[in-house]
Design a protein around this ligand. Structure first.
Ligand SMILES: [Zn+2]
Length: 87
């Protein structure tokens, strides 16, 4: 599998580190009422079949954080975007 970094071009997977599901959002509340939302955020992940947004770090390259849209059934990468600093 190769990922096309917006800065470096197409590079082998070994240059990148998978950093997780890009769709997970941190709960805003730290109150006890948000306990279930925190359990979901920290421990529970979906295992989707098909297109999925993932965070990848170009750890052996330019150190850019990327959001990669990948088909989990074929490993085809359909989109790569750099992650904005606001995340
Ligand atoms: Zn790069």
């Amino acid at each position: 599998m190769r990922i096309t970094c917006p800065y470096c071009g197409a590079r082998n997977l070994e240059e990148f580190t998978y950093r997780g599901d890009a769709t997970v959002k941190r709960p805003e509340s730290i109150e006890e009422t948000a306990r279930d939302a925190w359990i979901d955020y920290v421990y529970l992940r979906d295992n989707p079949a098909g297109l999925h947004k993932e965070l990848w770090h170009h750890s052996a390259g330019c150190h850019a954080w990327l959001q990669v849209t990948r088909d989990t059934t074929t490993h085809e990468i359909v989109d790569v975007e750099r992650v904005a600093k606001e995340r």
